[in-house]
Design a protein around this ligand. Sequence first.
Ligand code: 26W
Length: 802
Amino acid sequence: MNYKKDEVTNLLNTKCMNVFGCSIDDATEKQAYKTLCYVVKDLLAEKRSKFAKQYKEKEGKQVYYMSMEFLVGTSLRNNLYNLGMESVFKSALKQKKIDINSLYAMEPDAGLGNGGLGRLASCYMDAMTSLGMMGTGFSIRYEFGIFKQKIVDGWQMEFPDNWLEMGDVWLNRREDESFIIKFGGTLKEEWTDGKLKVTHENYQPVMAVPYDMYISGYDTDAVNKLVLWSAKSPNNLDMTAFSRGEYVRSLEENTMAEVISKILYPADDHIEGKRLRIKQQYLLVSASLQSILLKHIKKYKTLDNLPDKVAIHINDTHPALCVPELTRILIDEYGYDWDKAWDIVTRTLTYTNHTVMSEALERWPESLFSAELPRIYQIVLEINRRLVQKLNEVYPGDIAKIEYMSPVAHGEVRMANLCLAACHKVNGVSKLHSDILINSIFKDYYNIEPDKFTNVTNGIAYRRWLCQSNPELASLIKNLIGDKFVHDATALEGLLKYKGDKNVLESLQKIKLVKKQALAKYISHANGINVDPSSIFDVQIKRLHEYKRQLLNVLQILHMYNVIKDNPNADITPRTFVFAAKASAGYMMAKQIIRLISAVADLVDSDAAVRDKIKVVFIEDYKVSLAEIIIPAAEISEQISIAGKEASGTGNMKLMINGAVTLGTLDGANVEICEQVGKDNIFLFGMTAPEVEELWRKGYNPNFFVTPELKRVLDMLTSGILGTRFEDISKSLLTNSFGTADAYMTIADFESYRQAQERVGKEYLNRDKFTDMSLVNIAKAGIFSADRAVKEYADNIWNIKL
Ligand code: 26W
């Protein structure tokens, strides 16, 4: 958009006057921040209305992306950047003596997600918009997003994230577009004219009120919407109770309804079979589908062509209720018969799987499911009945297999099987992950319908992660190869011709140093620790989970500690180990590992012989905006999950494009990172996925893999670090009474990891060679752009022409 400085100043003044009754000169900082956001929102609204009009005339196919999570992070800088208006706003504000950076700093992260899955959804909204697609995200307006984390004496403490106070500036409430969602109740069945009619009675109605958030894209006419549903009681007060003087009881029902959208479930990678969670899922699904179908009917007067005009995407199984709910609406509300309804359902829905961890595959007890969603339950049973009938023809008599594939079995409703039964396309999120899906957990479905399955390797909104978070690097790249890469990330390959170019390597080193200094400043402020910007910055930043093996990292640090203690002159390249990770609140082992990291941080710091060589920092409250500070400063990207468990990873891609070299296993997208950069530009270690499988088959006893160095480290856990013992951890690694010790093979991979870390230390000493590796990583990161990923979804999954 083309605005001059004075016009921007006018917009700011008028808005400030309208909302706060003062000019921008007299506004408080908070008022200035809100004014700026409102002005940007208005610009987006204007663009949106043009885009929507254009689109309406075209009658193209559109995507609805259903996800319980969107980890949006901050929007202000992103929107200004995307509109190409950052500098004009900056100078307009500067004239008013307002530093735009201090306004940026006031924006809370919209933390409406846990980790990888939620952030991916946000990156894809950005890419859809940048590609000019009509794509709408649907989720929940959690009043409290992912909790705030503080570390107190090594323990994680959780605090509520009241993001709406400053974050609601981006939301537009649309009360008039609300829908009623029905929970509980009973079903009445009647035969009329030879047709069975089911009526849902005595249900508790909850109103779903949408809040729209505009999503901008880079250099595009498109503006998309993220629609966040909020639960509201349909009747404000129970007047009978109120008139009897029972004020509190009259409010009770409101509170019960409104609690549905209060809080994001903070569990990543494990299910909690909670009633409230299924209500959240149904609220999202039912409200979104009602809204999609109403719009469609208004436009086309029929739902027969729904699959030609609409793709509805199920982001992991959390919105899997789309399957029975869409069926229900078509049958109960629009009068379709089963076969026709099912045909529409299957041709409209698609599904992405994001994890193979069995504890994360959603299952609901039938009793809870049927009590909360009686009509939906009935439909699920019918889907199941028809499927089992079909499977009996394909696998006659193979009861075990049919049971394994069934959406309903053993007293549970299994959401992944529901998606597999109904969706016409199913994908994994990296080559390795998609292979594992078809060769193992979804094998039986693959055997009947191989064409249903595909892969789309994840991608990132690299303009946020490179151009916005690391403008210094982006501008160097522009000087070297021009700005084509801002539209087309594969143009980064142009950098390869600067391999070995002394000047370029020096510039890269200078920029890295600047970003390391910035992170050092943050750490000194947040942790009160001074870290040395000339040491290697080695980072592991992601949710805390045993399979991601933060523990492997700490054990190796303890080993380094021992080496230095034995020989203070040992040849160790100074290193700063940075961790940032939230543990799900009830995950005790994860919390113990955080404690261990903190204890090791204290241990190395307390020792004069060690502290100049290694530093360990745990930065609290990991979130999108913090990642934007850490990632540009990183030199080593720790991607050390046990092979076969990390579906893809996306932090690995963000770190790569900022020049960090991966130290990792051949897991998830690391495999493809390795393919891109070649074995010389990545530090690989550990067992491969088939080797892991083979070791489980043979029987794994970690005790056979304990080297003397590792034994010494494990003994430290047992005897205590600065007085704290970590026996839970060492026991979980070694006590093999039921063959369950070390479920993530930390011990089996330790020696290989130790050696890889030794290589890192040595290779870093040749700075130019290391920087060359870094350059190759940046140059080869283009393929991991979300633009590429979304194009593949459009081509292979949604059947949308761009
Ligand atoms: C129901 C509890 C629950 C909550 C979240 C189960 C599972 C999840 C997600 C599937 C976990 C998740 O975020 N998975 C991550 O998805 C990323 C995007 O595809 C991948 O890059 C990560 O490898 C994967 O762990």
